[in-house]
Design a protein around this ligand. Structure first.
Ligand code: GDP
Ligand code: IMO
Ligand code: MG
Length: 433
């Protein structure tokens, strides 16, 4: 089993960074396939904390790291991240490859986003304010500028002039105070181009060549399935294909070369930003989860909305992605809860269903049906074997796996690498080799 996709099964921040870091030891290459520096993947290596935004987490293990064509790249943010990692002794230039087909994110993308988020006639999405959506808009509208275009100076200047003109017109039309110095930004991006040039290549070709020689590739998803542009809670989503299918288009690797898909889910549920969240607990219990789980955004520092494990949601994301196995993270956060509700169905007009509705109105109108799930006394923090878990915690995990209909192959019991349980004889252990 060579090539595996690992991605979020909820609304992001499930602990993908920790899991990818843990597993990347067994792979040759780790690649990102979508998103941009809206992602924040936290990895602890001993006392050192890293928050990876654009660079695949495998970089910390000295693995080849690839930024695929499906990613939107803010070169300033990338260089900053590279410098921070360099200061921590991580050699990024020697290991990173950047797709020549990835789209470039410019300062005016942030401006466009600010405008659209502030409009009185629209509901704000609660984005990360990084300009991610508007950059993907330009990509899909076929006026975007890719890394390869940036490296071709003459061509870049013409494309940039035209795109900048669009944004100036937009700013005028919407009466926005446009403070961007377009010429300065262009010159700055031309300098960025020279700094990233040595790392740029056709990464699809690189990955497919690597596959031919039997190297193992780990695809690291950003965000989560419920933030996927097609399958998430539209319009409260990000603008890319975070689900498993996105790995093929976003890395240029055929579906026939993917051998497994692993979903990462918290033992409960969180969401950051706006949008429906059926199992949100806006009361004291939600606050307790936030405190115990330190649920604050890795990128923006915003408090995350907290709530309970949602079985219909997991069944939905399992179907969309075809999860072979689940990783359940942050089990330890529920250690002190003597009551753990789990949503097992949605009541819609008196009928209970597990169908996730398509519209925000329908999603907000549904009534989650809760069961009292098994709970436990004692600590799971740092546990490294299933057998050492309190009985109730074992029953909780078995209960989740049975309800979702997917095995739990790995359990995370703390933020550090070694605070993990790998389930022997699982599909998970076969997949990771
Ligand atoms: P990602 O975006 O999916 O990589 O997740 P984030 O890094 O944004 O958020 C997950 C947070 O939970 C990070 O602060 C991790 O260090 C932390 N974390 C991951 N796994 C565990 C766990 O099993 N227990 C606890 N207590 N924290 C964890
Ligand atoms: P990782 O990879 C959680 C959310 C934002 C907002 C919506 C759209 O760390 O799991 P965007 O800036 O992408 O246009 O914002 O998506 N969002 C995330 N939530 N984790 C993330 O990344 C996220 N990236 C974007 O909060 O609701
Ligand atoms: Mg995150």
């Amino acid at each position: 089993m060579n090539n595996i996709i690992i991605l979020g099964a909820q609304w992001g921040d499930e602990g993908k960074g920790k899991v990818v870091d843990l597993l990347s030891d067994r792979f040759d290459i780790v690649t990102r396939y979508q998103g941009g520096h809206n992602a924040g993947h936290t990895v602890f290596v001993g006392p050192k904390k890293f928050v990876l935004k654009l660079i695949p987490s495998g970089i910390l293990r000295g693995k080849r790291a690839v930024i695929g064509n499906g990613v939107v790249l803010d070169p300033g943010a990338l260089l900053e991240e590279m410098e921070a990692l360099g200061r921590a002794g991580i050699d990024v230039p020697g290991h990173l490859a950047i797709s020549n087909r990835a789209h470039i994110l410019f300062p005016f993308h942030r401006l466009v986003e600010k405008v659209s988020e502030a409009r009185a006639d629209r509901v704000a999405i609660g984005t990360t304010s990084r300009g991610i959506g508007p950059c993907y808009e330009d990509k899909i509208a076929r006026r975007g500028i890719r890394v390869a275009d940036l490296l071709d100076t003459e061509n870049f200047r013409a494309l940039y002039a035209s795109l900048a003109q669009d944004k100036k017109t937009l700013a005028r039309a919407f009466q926005i105070a446009d403070t961007i110095d377009y010429e300065k930004a262009r010159a700055e991006y031309e300098q960025f181009a020279e700094r990233i040039r040595p790392m740029v290549c056709d990464t699809s070709r690189l990955l497919n060549e690597a596959i031919k020689t039997g190297q193992r590739i780990l695809f690291e998803g950003a965000q989560g399935t419920m933030l996927d542009i097609d399958h998430g809670t539209y319009p409260f989503v990000t603008s890319s294909s975070a689900a498993a299918g996105g790995a093929c288009t976003g890395a240029g690797v055929p579906p026939t070369k993917i051998h497994g898909v692993i979903g990462v889910s918290k033992a409960y549920c969180t969401r950051v930003g706006g949008g429906p969240f059926p199992t949100e607990d806006g009361g004291a219990a939600g606050e307790r989860i936030r405190k115990a789980g330190n649920e604050f955004g890795a990128v923006t520092g915003r408090p995350r909305r907290c709530g309970w494990f949602d079985v219909p949601l997991l069944r939905y994301t399992s179907a969309v992605n075809g999860f072979d196995s689940l990783v359940i993270t942050k089990l330890d956060v529920l250690d002190d809860f003597a009551e753990i509700p789990v949503c097992t169905g949605y009541r819609v007009q008196g009928r209970v269903t597990d169908e996730v509705p398509a519209t925000i109105g329908q999603m907000e109108a549904l009534d989650p049906v809760y069961e009292k799930a098994p709970w436990w006394k004692g600590s799971t923090r740092g546990a490294t074997s299933y057998d050492s878990l309190p009985d109730g915690a074992k029953r909780y995990l078995d209960y989740l796996a049975a309800k979702v209909g997917v095995e739990i192959g790995c359990i995370s019991t703390g933020p550090e690498r070694n605070e993990t349980i790998l389930m022997p004889d699982s599909r998970f252990t076969k997949l990771i080799g």
